[in-house]
Design a protein. Structure first.
Length: 95
């Protein structure tokens, strides 16, 4: 039990997040910036600041809970945001 950690990313040029793969259990795992709780607790806050952000190839910026708790906020401070090829910005609570 407990709260997910906050993540604060600041980039001075371009932030690129891209790709997904398969883990040892055969599940798809996306590249990205994620605050997640798997037990009871709230997810943290994800803050991203950059002039340009490109998320592609299934990449994610996300907050989520897999049990009781609220998903955290996502704060994106950007001039130019590009989402391609199934990429996502998501905030999801399981309950």
């Amino acid at each position: 039990m407990g709260r997910g950690g906050d993540i604060d990313v600041t980039v001075t040029d371009t932030l690129s997040i891209s790709g997904a793969g398969i883990n040892e259990f055969g599940s798809t795992v996306s590249s990205g910036i994620v605050s997640k709780t798997i037990s009871i607790g709230d997810a943290g806050i994800v803050s991203v600041t950059a002039p340009h952000i490109e998320v592609a190839g299934g990449g994610i910026i996300s907050t989520l809970t897999e049990s009781a708790g609220t998903a955290g906020n996502i704060r994106v401070n950007v001039s130019d945001l590009i989402l391609r090829s199934g990429s996502q910005l998501t905030s999801t609570s399981a309950v």
